[in-house]
Design a binder for this molecule. Structure first.
Ligand code: SF4
Length: 459
């Protein structure tokens, strides 16, 4: 079968990156293979994210570009299908078809396993195909095996959310919390390890709320991590995104038990003010967050934190914002994602009084980013002269250079021979910038001697 070009544009989080890979997997049996450019692609797939600011507007501007490609190809007698997937598709499916009637497929995050049927139906029926059901069990049952594609992989274990933070669309676009059965997750992790994956990132909207079926009982997230850590070949485990109220003592203990669990945790806090957290319906207070971090550091003293902040939430006062700034300084987050609040239609916060001006939001964002960038640079500079185990998984820009990840997810650039791709090597850090490190191999590589790889390494 001749290959048909599949061009995928992915917006948003790691969950979406995983979903895009899986959509590529389900389309392979129809002869689709990834292509780098939308020009000449038989299928253009846009995987959208509603968390992003002005997500719908960005989608429509992207669609305008693809419409021109589609029309040009049609003039040449070729056909290009355009599919919109992800959370914006789920939330705004009708609006997408109204404003962009040239779109052929609208599919939500829970039903993309049905893409092959939808594409096939378009062979005979030119009417747009729309599928926005909520059925995560069926999706995971019907996806093909998650094949290894390099030394790192995402593994989705949980979807949806029952927490209903007032700013967030996820409970509406991804549905209620659902955890995959333990045996299915372990089988997928084993398959990835057999394919050469050394670092697995467990994914879920509320990953640490995991409570998957294990032969009729409920397995918690700590149990799942212990089981993944037992798999031969899995040397690094990460997870994202977690919620403070699901950081139970068992999970915290796992951070102290397992060298494979990397000492870097993304734990969104969103604000440093209790009154803001209440208005956001976050279900936690600052003291609870502090207490969790204290326990985590007792279990794993070298642990570092990353977080999310929203600034300019409706009604945020100067005092509440100052509380966020001071909490960011206190916790010393080494990485953070900060967003200006922007209303998501249909969420409770969108109609709260006290919506702030763009000018105030921008000013607060800049002030917070300055604190966080300082934290990040101070931490990165503290890594200079340390020897860290780096998993090399990407070519660098310069000839002979590769980029790898430290246990703290810092990108590390070093001169490494090509055959060391996928190895975990000890690297002495020699330079630090805000977002990356430079390093040199601590032990020179002789041929492909595996003794220089750092198995099960820790910092
Ligand atoms: S916990 Fe809150 S922010 Fe996270 S997905 Fe659920 S509703 Fe959204």
């Amino acid at each position: 079968m001749s290959k048909k070009g599949l061009y995928t544009k992915t917006f948003g989080c790691q969950m979406n990156v995983y979903d895009s890979q899986r959509m590529g997997d389900v389309l392979k049996p129809l002869g689709f293979a990834d292509t780098e450019s939308p020009d000449g692609a038989e299928l253009i797939l846009i995987n959208t994210c509603h968390i992003r600011e002005k997500a719908a507007e960005k989608l429509f501007s992207e669609l305008g570009r693809y419409r021109q490609i589609k029309e040009a190809r049609e003039r040449d007698g070729e056909r290009t299908l355009i599919a919109v997937a992800g959370c914006v598709a789920q939330a705004e499916g009708e609006e997408i078809l109204r404003r962009a009637p040239f779109v052929d497929i609208v599919v939500g995050p829970q039903t993309y396993h049905r893409l092959p049927e939808m594409v096939s139906r378009l062979g005979t029926d030119r009417a747009p195909q729309v599928d926005l059901d909520f059925a995560p069990e069926a999706k995971f049952d019907q996806l093909p095996a998650n094949e290894a594609n390099g030394p790192t992989a995402f593994l989705s274990i949980q979807e949806g959310c029952d927490k209903f933070c007032t700013f967030c669309v996820v409970p509406y676009t991804r549905g209620a919390e659902y955890s995959r059965p333990l045996a299915d997750v372990i089988a997928e992790a084993r398959g990835l390890a057999l394919g050469g994956v050394r670092e697995v990132t467990l994914l879920g909207q509320n990953v640490n709320a995991y409570h998957g079926d294990a032969d009729g009982r409920s397995a918690n997230f700590a149990e799942l991590i212990r089981r993944v850590a037992d798999i031969d070949g899995i040397e690094r485990i990460r997870y994202t995104t977690s919620h403070p109220i699901d950081m139970d003592d068992d999970l915290i203990a796992v951070h102290g038990e397992l060298a494979q669990l990397m000492p870097f945790l993304h734990l969104p806090v969103q604000s440093g003010s209790d009154s803001m957290l209440a208005r956001m319906n976050r279900h936690h207070k600052i003291d609870l967050y502090r207490g969790i971090v204290d326990k985590l550091l007792r279990a794993r003293p070298d642990l570092k934190l990353s977080t999310d902040f929203i600034v300019g939430f409706p009604g945020e006062t100067d005092a509440e914002f100052q509380a966020t700034l001071s909490f960011a300084r206190e916790m010393g987050f080494v990485q953070a994602y900060c967003f200006k609040y922007s209303a998501r239609p249909g969420t409770p916060a969108a109609i709260l009084p006290g919506q702030l001006s763009e000018a105030i939001k921008s000013e607060r964002l800049a002030a917070l980013q300055q604190v966080l960038e300082t934290n990040q640079l101070v931490f990165n500079e503290s890594c200079v002269d340390r020897v860290m185990p780096i998993l090399f998984d990407r070519p660098g820009r310069k000839p002979g250079q590769m980029i790898g990840r430290s246990p703290y997810m810092q990108p590390v650039h070093a001169m490494v021979p090509d055959h060391a791709f996928g190895d975990i090597l000890d690297v002495r850090i020699v330079s630090a910038r805000t977002i990356s490190l430079g390093g040199e191999l601590a032990v020179p590589i002789l041929g492909s001697n595996p003794s220089v790889t750092h198995r099960g390494a820790n910092v």
